[in-house]
Design a protein around this ligand. Structure first.
Ligand code: NDP
Length: 387
């Protein structure tokens, strides 16, 4: 327990010196990302001794269910260490996956002395992302941090400043950028197959439970950062902007959830939101902790055709349907599962070359700033917030 209480410490002094990044900077990093190698595209699997070594921090449901089991599919990345507040769990997993370097949250900074660790993957509750990302960067490691990047834009700025100060890479784990159906949708949209983009609509949500520990912290502001918008609405923002060649100029939002629901005393249960682009395109979405069983869909409406992805952002079973330009048809784009290893290898490649990841910290900061602006709008009855 003492390990966990240590986690509440904040080491965000760097925030004071962090230069504010304009939302418009998103354009610059999008261009930087273009022209980079296709993520995870090593011609052959590298020998184990040549691969980048990863420490996984926080052995919870996502780390155990998706992140760790996908390492064997990677070609340039290998497991090197586990960090956990539960030593018995860490030992058991260490034995199962052949991982000999085990740390807890007090011994965390000793990773600095371990050359087997190149990259640190933060899979902790959101409220702990900034502290543990900054500590890993200060230990000289590259950091891939789960989404959403952190609780506030000030924390995100501090993380970016720490990456720069230590000359390390900081990426945000937006796995959708590495997922075959979404990459195929991007290719078709950029290739003009739906004509001019007219509108994007997206919905993301599930039914949150106060009884299940991984949901419980999501309903607490200190650990969740925010509500459904932080946890799943962010997929709608990030995935939609992935498909567009411009950044939003205004946002608006309204809260949408049962007012007497005991789950939502600290964070919002749902939001209906909108982003307006300079070109006139609107992206409209909803996020919710009250949808059953699960919503994860994106729809792209073009002048000639539409792309319907329902689901669009799940782990294993995304789909892509083209409607228009011929009969309505499902497009086979590959195995969604590949996104996990592709993301690991994409970050390993970026870290090895010490160049920005496809989805860098600046992208995470952009999205948190957008959500903060949406909350300002919702707090003001849905007023339009110019960016
Ligand atoms: P869990 O609650 O299942 O796991 C979090 C783990 O963090 C815990 O098991 C624990 O591991 C560690 N931890 C340390 N301190 C605390 C604390 N005070 N309270 C709770 N846990 C603590 O959460 P998830 O795995 O669902 O989420 C973890 C991160 O992954 C979040 O950032 C989330 O947004 C992200 N995520 C991303 C997904 C994606 O598709 N990209 C999907 C799901 C989650 P230990 O006991 O080892 O210390």
């Amino acid at each position: 327990m003492s390990d966990k209480s240590n986690l509440t410490r904040r080491r965000l002094l760097a925030a004071a010196g962090a230069a504010p990044l304009a939302l418009a900077a998103g354009r610059a990093f999008a261009q930087t990302a273009e022209g980079q190698p296709m993520p995870g595209n090593a011609a052959l699997p590298e020998p184990m001794e040549a691969r980048m070594g990863w420490a996984v921090v926080g052995l919870g449901s996502y780390a155990l269910g998706q992140v760790i089991p996908e390492f064997p599919a990677a070609r340039q990345s290998k497991l090197a260490a586990f960090v956990s507040g539960n030593p018995a769990k860490a030992r058991e997993l260490g034995g199962r996956y052949g991982v000999e370097h085990l740390y807890d949250y007090r011994t965390y900074d000793r990773m600095a002395d371990n050359p087997a660790i190149d990259c640190v993957y933060i899979v902790l509750p959101v409220g702990l992302h900034a502290e543990y990302a900054i500590r890993a960067l200060e230990a000289g490691k590259h950091v891939l941090c789960e989404k959403p990047m952190a609780s506030t834009s000030a924390e995100c700025e501090a993380m970016i400043a720490a990456a720069k100060a230590n000359d390390r890479q900081l990426g945000i784990a937006y796995r959708v950028h590495f997922e075959p159906h979404n990459r195929e949708a991007l290719r078709r949209i950029r290739g003009g197959e739906i004509g001019a983009m007219r509108h994007i609509h997206c919905d993301h949500g599930f039914n949150a439970s106060l009884q299940w520990p991984p949901h419980k912290w999501r309903l607490q502001k200190a650990l969740g950062g925010g509500g459904s918008m932080y946890d799943v609405g962010i997929y709608g923002i990030n995935t939609s902007l992935m498909m567009l060649d411009e950044q939003p100029v205004a946002v608006s939002a309204e809260y949408a959830y049962p007012s007497d629901d005991p789950r939502f005393t600290e964070v919002e249960g749902g939001i209906d939101w909108r982003m307006r682009m300079a070109s006139g395109i609107n992206v409209q979405g909803s996020s919710s902790y009250c949808y059953g069983p699960y919503a994860a869909r994106q729809r792209y409406f073009g002048s000639d055709a539409s792309i319907i992805m329902d689901p669009a952002t799940t782990y294993y079973d995304n789909t892509l349907v083209m409607d228009g330009g011929g009969p309505r048809r499902e497009i086979g784009a590959g195995n969604s599962r590949e996104q996990f290893a592709a993301q690991l290898d994409g970050f390993s490649e970026a870290a090895r070359a010490n160049r920005p990841h496809l989805t860098p910290g600046e992208m995470g900061l952009r999205d948190i700033r957008l959500i903060e602006a949406m909350y300002r709008s919702a707090d003001n009855g849905g007023a339009v917030i110019e960016l």
